[in-house]
Design a protein around this ligand. Structure first.
Ligand SMILES: [Cu+2]
Length: 150
């Protein structure tokens, strides 16, 4: 029984740490998950942006998605039924870097905001043009072959 004190002290400390960590995480509402994600490289422009927060969101203060030329792309932004997500419907943008800026009022009364970027590598238009160019090249190669060597 003489050792009980030394056995209890480290575990009590560990318990205190375990209790403190979720408390810190719950104190502020932040961005948990985003789609498209921070740094994503997409094969085509997204039709929407979805932000999931780490806690309930009282109000959506600001949500901007700007395309490669700085053009505003949000058609409509709304809070999800779960109270902790926000989604924005987007008009189609071009190829390049997109910026997402958000600001919310957390249920704990604190404001939170942030921004992140993702990239769009092609549009439906560029993909169509590339396919047409590839088809034209193949057609030319087939005609050359049919003509045979001179
Ligand atoms: Cu807070």
């Amino acid at each position: 029984m003489a050792n009980l004190g030394t056995v209890i002290r480290p575990s009590a400390l560990a318990l205190a740490v375990l209790l403190a960590l979720p408390g810190v995480a719950a104190a502020h509402t932040g961005l948990g998950r985003a789609a498209p994600a921070d740094g994503a490289r997409l094969p085509a422009p997204p039709a929407q942006v979805l932000l999931e927060f780490t806690g309930p969101v009282l109000a959506l203060e600001d949500l901007e998605v700007s395309g490669p030329g700085g053009e505003a792309l949000v058609v409509e932004g709304r809070r999800g039924l779960d109270g902790r997500s926000i989604d924005a419907r987007l008009r189609q943008g071009g190829v390049g870097t997109y910026t997402v800026r958000w600001a919310v009022q957390g249920a704990d009364g604190h404001a939170a905001s942030g921004d992140y970027r993702f990239a769009v590598l092609a549009t439906a238009d560029t993909t169509r043009r590339l396919r047409r160019a590839a088809a034209a090249l193949i057609g030319a190669a087939v005609r050359l072959r049919a003509a045979g060597p001179r």
